[in-house]
Design a protein around this ligand. Structure first.
Ligand SMILES: C[S@@+](CC[C@H](N)C(=O)[O-])C[C@H]1O[C@@H](n2cnc3c(N)ncnc32)[C@H](O)[C@@H]1O
Length: 286
């Protein structure tokens, strides 16, 4: 078969499972052939070797039963960089780039000789921790996860992307493994926030992701409730906390945050570019 025919057949195969079957087929063929999309489109008449054809079939089959494209390809783009992923971590979502953009606001122009102390709770692949460390060269980042497998992926990404020297990786439940007096200027968290009853079965791609990264308990807010019980003691005087939530739970999360911080903080739900409420921002006042 030719490249063009393989792409057309692959797109057809993935129609039932993917909202972007053509893009998925292209990405899988890129992985098989080691050529980028521009090459594929310029060589539609090129013949596939039988072993490449068989390999493409195998990857299509994995995708056809719902496995996320990023697991099959082994990596995914986030905030302009490529992050390795494995089934030990949640696949970084484009929505989380908005949380990064909000967390960066203000700090980029901050003229301080002191390093900005950042904590990423539930770091997963390390996409938030590594991006913030690289975008804010003046930062020191602590990246926490309760999953050793996730921390290994995050450390791999930090090393590959040149951020290892400014990130400390900590295995632990929320802040439990830190010294009692360690505080941060900025805390980011994308903790599990899917209500247990809403966890979707295969072929939904989330069925392949770690339950520990998705399951937010009965109302989807249990991990955040636990975080908020501790966060006020972990934030510096003018510190900020950014939490990613589901569009259905952001307002409830904002209510919990306001209750946890009281009058010393302003809490705001920030909508993303698609006008969905995804991030809760807590700014502590001096
Ligand atoms: C939704 S994933 C987010 C991953 C990554 N930060 C991102 O934005 O794509 C949530 C992560 O929180 C971790 N996690 C769950 N419960 C935790 C806890 N009690 N303490 C620390 N990390 C936890 C999971 O292992 C998972 O890696």
């Amino acid at each position: 078969v030719t490249v063009g025919t393989a792409l057309a057949n692959g797109t057809q195969r993935l129609r039932a499972v993917s909202r972007s079957p053509r893009i998925d087929a292209v990405r899988l063929l890129e992985v098989v052939l080691g050529h980028d999309v521009a090459w594929l489109f310029a060589h539609g008449e090129a013949q596939l070797e039988p072993r490449d054809s068989a390999c493409f079939e195998e990857l299509l089959e994995r995708r056809a039963v719902g496995e996320p494209l990023a697991y099959i390809a082994g990596s995914v783009g986030f905030y302009g960089r490529e992050f390795a992923v494995s089934p030990a971590v949640l696949v970084p979502r484009p929505e989380s780039e908005h949380l990064v953009a909000l967390a960066l606001e203000g700090w980029r122009s901050a003229r301080t000789s002191e390093p900005i102390r950042i904590c990423d709770v539930g770091t997963g692949s390390g996409n938030l921790a590594v991006t913030l460390a690289l975008e804010l060269p003046h930062s020191r980042v602590v990246a926490i996860d309760v999953s050793p497998g996730a921390l290994a992926v995050a450390a791999h990404n930090a090393k590959a992307l040149g951020a290892m020297s400014r990130i400390r990786f900590v295995l632990g439940d929320m802040f439990a493994s830190l010294a009692p007096d360690e505080r941060f200027d900025c805390i980011v968290a994308n903790l599990p926030y899917v209500a247990t009853g809403d966890l979707a079965p295969a072929p939904d791609p989330t069925a392949f992701e770690p339950r520990l990264a998705l399951d937010g308990g009965g109302d989807g807010l249990e991990p955040y409730q636990r975080l908020l019980a501790q966060a006020p003691d972990r934030l510096t005087e003018a510190g900020r906390l950014f939490m990613e939530a589901g569009p259905d739970t952001a307002q409830a999360l904002a209510g919990l945050a306001q209750a946890a911080f009281g009058a010393v903080a302003s809490v705001m739900v920030v909508a993303d570019y698609a006008a969905r409420e995804r991030v809760v921002r807590v700014c502590r006042r001096r």
